[in-house]
Design a protein around this ligand. Structure first.
Ligand code: ARG
Length: 281
């Protein structure tokens, strides 16, 4: 569903050659609706930012849009689709329209600190086919993040080619949201723990998508626990090491049986090496 909508918007981008604020809001709204009944991270618990101090919230034109993670004083990771498939489709895209907030447990970022974005780089392979492959973007901040070691910390990234095994748990965090709750200041960060699935298993479950080596699937066959709309761009870390292996990317609905969540696979060499080349990390 999301795939169809996303591709439709991409086509729209080519035709219109520009993505207005209103259109972007419509995109966000349809994204929320695609999550239908599921609000926020599904089946998880409220957590404090101190437990996941690398988590950031991303805003487009002052509206919450996605999650992200701090990888250094200057760089934040998010999903490619969180910042639109620029420059492929020449949307009206300006880093100045985005900002992040760090060090807050709340969706509106209160109590945390705001940082502006200086540059956004989407993986050059992202959305070539509009199939969510290479769904990653790196944001360079205008000023360095003040890391305080308590509520604001960097997350470690895996070595290139060092993958998690199926059955190992990842912890996914995010605010998720619904259209109605976009301005709800009481929305607290949530976390959910799900096991990694083998790619072969995932391919069999999500036949409507092209599942690639740049993706990581996680979830229970019985469903019930998952990331959901609005969690995109946010981190999935290994439960055992807190190393970030995934970025929330897509799914078919949320927490449905036999429909695992799909994450950008950070350890995949074309992803990990690209991050390294760009950021030195
Ligand atoms: N694409 C969604 C977003 O933009 C994230 C969906 C994750 N879905 C899932 N079932 N794990 O927020």
């Amino acid at each position: 569903m999301h795939k169809i909508m996303f591709c439709f918007l991409s086509v729209l981008g080519v035709v219109v050659d520009g993505f207005t604020h209103k259109e972007y809001n419509q995109y966000l709204i349809s994204r929320q609706l695609n999550g239908f009944k599921s609000l926020e991270i599904v089946g998880g618990d409220e957590v404090d930012i101190k437990q996941h101090p690398y988590q950031v919230s991303l805003y487009y034109s002052n509206e919450f849009s996605c999650g992200g993670s701090i990888v250094s004083e200057s760089y934040v990771l998010t999903a490619g689709h969180c910042v639109l498939p620029y420059p492929t489709y020449k949307f009206n895209f300006n880093p100045k329209d985005y900002h992040i907030r760090v060090g807050s447990s709340y969706m509106d970022g209160r109590g945390g600190k705001k940082y502006n974005i200086n540059a956004i780089t989407v993986h050059p392979e992202y959305c070539k086919l509009c199939d969510f492959d290479y769904d990653i973007a790196v944001m360079k901040l205008s000023t360095k993040i003040a890391l305080n070691g308590i509520t604001v910390k960097t997350v470690q990234l895996p070595e290139s080619g060092k993958f998690l095994k199926s059955g190992e748990n990842i912890v996914v965090t995010g605010w998720g949201d619904t259209t109605i709750k976009l301005d709800d200041c009481s929305d607290v960060l949530r976390a959910v723990t799900v096991p990694v699935q083998s790619l072969e298993h995932c391919v069999k479950q999500l036949t409507m998508f092209t599942i690639t080596d740049r993706m990581l699937c996680a979830g229970f066959d019985e469903g019930g626990k998952d990331a959901c709309q609005g969690d995109s761009g946010g981190p999935a870390v290994a439960e055992s090491s807190s190393v970030q292996y995934g970025i929330v990317s897509f799914g078919l609905g949320c927490a449905r049986p036999n429909k695992p969540g799909v994450y950008t696979n950070i350890a995949a060499p074309p992803i990990r090496d690209w991050i390294k080349n760009l950021t030195g990390i």
